[in-house]
Design a protein around this ligand. Structure first.
Ligand code: ZN
Ligand code: ZN
Length: 404
């Protein structure tokens, strides 16, 4: 059997008053998921382990079989993946901010007047080479961005230049270990050159004219090395693909060597074309034994604190499943879960375990009526994220007996 893993990002939730004490998943009208839950196995999954609040990055790594305690090298590299930069193992990456500094390099605004526009133009002007090292800068959302160094003899063991408070001077980067001396020199040189470029950049000239703060400095922190992770096929013995519009998720899947089947035009928002994503997932299974499909709307509605929008997004997932997927699962194991809980009542990720459903022809049937947090508690599955691939492989006939 082939494996279709559908991740509704941030799926898990808590009861909401506007939903009469139900969770969005519980309240959603979802005949297709409920049918599969009745005929399949359900349960709860701790994405990392009990009590650990997962990020989307650490959780997706864990689900794919990569221990995040081993392979997660800090927010820098993974946020850089999230900007869509094509990273290579060994790259050194930092989280970065556009900021405003005065002539004495004292930080006036850590977010450059909450700049939102034209950061792509500013970012483009900051790609350079210093002492044989390729320096790349890519804008993220709002004032955020990613700074990446690529070259030989680099080390992430450096201090940051971000003083973290306004009114303080930008810090000189210091090596924290001997081997990082050259990296620190390059980063300080980057800060100086980028300040010069940004100071005279047309985007900033027009910002000053219209009374806005110029984005004339780059603050960076959270440096880490892009890990060299074994390929998915080496780890599991079969190839895989992915469908994901969110750059952070697609970056992790790419790093793992999964092939990209994401169709053009789909997004990581609430209005994405879910049918197109599921169809692309089925398409991927013509070539691959495994596909992971991520839909992000559930997480977005959770962060927005909007349980009704989250419920409606789950209903759209169910309709799409009914339309393009449910009748095409003859030789496919279908798994539906989330990478963590994002309760609309909390607006952030929590450590609450997440409902999980595994459905294939001939599986055990937990016979629950409604796929929801409360009913999943009574089901067969009680697993951790690191178990997920083993559980899926064993049920899909892709595992060998342990012992004689
Ligand atoms: Zn997530
Ligand atoms: Zn989130």
């Amino acid at each position: 059997m082939k494996i279709f893993l559908l991740i509704a990002d941030g799926l898990g939730d808590r009861p909401s008053e506007v939903l009469k004490g139900m969770t969005p998943l519980e309240a959603a009208n979802k005949p297709n998921l409920n049918k599969m839950a009745h005929e399949g196995m359900v349960g709860l999954i701790d994405p990392i382990k009990p009590g650990i609040i997962p990020g989307s990055d650490t959780s997706h790594l864990n689900y794919l079989g990569y221990d995040p305690m081993k392979y997660y090298t800090g927010r820098g590299p993974f946020e850089a993946l999230g900007t869509g930069l094509k990273l290579e193992p060994g790259d050194i990456a930092f989280r970065a901010n556009f900021a405003t500094v005065d002539e004495g390099f004292v930080v006036r605004d850590r977010r450059a007047g909450r700049i939102r526009k034209d950061t792509d133009k500013l970012a483009k002007s900051l790609n350079m080479e210093i002492d044989g090292v390729k320096v790349m800068f890519k804008e993220g959302t709002e004032h955020r961005g990613a700074l990446v160094l690529r070259g030989k003899g680099l080390s992430p063991e450096v201090s940051e230049n971000d003083p973290h408070h306004e009114g303080l001077k930008v810090k000189m980067v210091q090596p924290l270990k001997d081997e990082a001396e050259r990296t620190a020199i390059i980063l300080n040189e980057f800060f100086n050159r980028s300040h010069e470029i940004l100071n005279s950049h047309p985007v900033n000239e027009s910002r000053i004219k219209s009374g806005e703060l110029p984005a004339n400095a780059i603050l960076f922190r959270g440096g880490g090395i892009v890990p060299d992770i074994p390929k998915f096929k080496e780890l599991h013995g079969f190839s895989g693909g992915f469908v994901a519009a969110v750059a952070l998720v697609s970056g992790i899947c790419t790093l793992a060597g999964l092939k990209n089947y994401t169709p053009a035009g789909v997004t990581g928002s609430l209005d994405t074309n879910i049918e197109a994503k599921l169809t692309a997932g089925l398409e991927a299974l013509k070539n691959e034994d495994f596909v992971i499909v991520n839909v992000k709307g559930t997480d977005i509605a959770g962060h927005d604190g909007d349980p009704i929008a989250k419920m409606k997004f789950i209903e759209r997932i169910d309709q799409a499943i009914g339309k393009v997927l449910i009748n095409r699962l003859d030789d496919v194991l279908f798994c539906f879960t989330g990478d963590h809980s994002t309760p609309a009542t909390v607006k952030e990720h929590t450590s609450d375990p997440v409902p999980i459903l595994i459905y294939y022809k001939g599986s055990r049937a937990d016979k629950i009526e409604n796929l929801a947090e409360s009913q999943c508690r009574t089901g067969t599955l009680r697993i951790m994220g690191s178990d997920l691939m083993d559980v899926l492989k064993s049920h899909a006939g892709k595992a060998e007996k342990f012992g004689a």
